[in-house]
Each structure stands twice: as C-alpha cells, then as structure tokens.
Design a protein around this ligand. Structure first.
Ligand code: FAD
Length: 137
C-alpha cells in the first residue's frame, strides 16, 4: 500500500545558490510535484532551506533521495517522516516562503532540538501551521 506520508528536513544552501537557482528549483519542483501528487513548501533565508513534502510514500521517499543528492544544498537533517491522514499543504505543489535570516536560524535550531528529542514533537505541528498562515498572506 502506498500510504500518504510527510517528510520534513532542514539543509543549508551551497555557495553560489542565488535567486536564479532558487527560481529554477521552484519551477522544476512545481512541475514535477504536480505529476507525482506531491504537495509542500520550501522556506529559505540566510542560507537555510526548510522543506516539507507530503504525498504517496513511495514517490515521496524517491523524491527525497533525489533532493538529498542535489549539490545545491548540503548538511541536510531529516527531522521527521511520518504517515498522515490528510495534507496540510494540499493547495500547494510547492509553496514558497522567504524569511529573514534570524527567523530561519531560529527555525533550524528549533527543528534540531525536536530531532534530538529535547523539544516536544507537537511543536512541529505548530511550526507547520505557522508556515501555512504565512502562505495565506
Ligand atoms: P536532473 O535535473 O537531471 O537531476 C539529476 C541530478 O542532479 C539530481 O540528483 C539533482 O539533484 C542534481 N541536480 C540537478 N540540477 C542541479 C544543479 N543545478 N546543481 C547541482 N545538482 C543538480 N525537485 C522536485 O521535483 N520537487 C521538489 O520538491 C524539490 N525540492 C528541492 C529542494 C531543494 C532544497 C533542492 C536543492 C532541490 C529540490 N528539487 C526538487 C530539485 C531536485 O533535486 C532535482 O533537481 C529535480 O527533481 C530534477 O531531478 P531529475 O533527476 O529529474 O533531473
């Protein structure tokens, strides 16, 4: 069975990755994700990426492996992968949020704390709702 799942990871953008590279990533992502029934968001700022991807588990894992191999980012930390009942970002093949560097730094640190098990995992959900609210603006 190909269950619906969600992946969240944080990474750092490689040297030389600017607006043009980012636009390229977004354009390809939106096209490919639609075909694969994958939804989610990409947050950037201050040299950080945070991405949430939702979709059928097999396609999701395959896509995540492909992204992991992409040299436009590095130091990727998989914060979580879990089955879900419904999508949070159902209207977004790849929503995009640009945050100030200090906000992204704080989000990455918060995610690493969750990953290390020092912070309650439900805070992940709060962060995702925050991202969703930002997309709605
Ligand atoms: P190709 O473009 O032929 O890719 C072949 C390989 O080269 C892949 O491993 C790819 O990762 C890598 N690659 C491609 N272009 C570059 C480049 N300019 N510099 C360095 N390496 C490169 N793709 C999606 O489909 N959906 C997403 O949600 C998504 N999110 C991404 C988030 C981030 C932070 C990054 C960095 C990339 C993301 N991508 C996403 C792009 C993804 O990594 C692939 O480039 C894309 O899916 C096309 O892969 P491909 O194998 O079909 O083709």
């Amino acid at each position: 069975m190909n269950h619906l799942s969600r992946i969240l990871y944080a990474s750092r953008s490689s040297v030389g990755v600017g607006e043009a590279e980012l636009n390229d990533i977004l354009e390809v992502s939106r096209k490919k994700n639609k075909l694969l029934q994958i939804t989610g968001i990409l947050c950037t700022g201050g040299g950080h990426f945070i991405q949430i991807l939702e979709g059928p588990q097999d396609e999701l894992i395959r896509l995540y492996c492909r992204i992991l191999d992409d040299r436009r980012h590095y130091d990727s930390v998989l914060i979580g992968v879990a089955p879900i009942q419904q999508r949070i970002f159902k209207d977004w093949s790849m929503g995009y949020i640009e945050n100030p560097p200090h906000i992204m730094e704080a989000h990455r640190n918060q995610l690493l704390e969750i990953w290390r098990g020092r912070t309650e995992a439900h805070q992940l959900f709060t962060l995702m709702r925050e991202f969703l609210d930002q997309l709605g603006r």
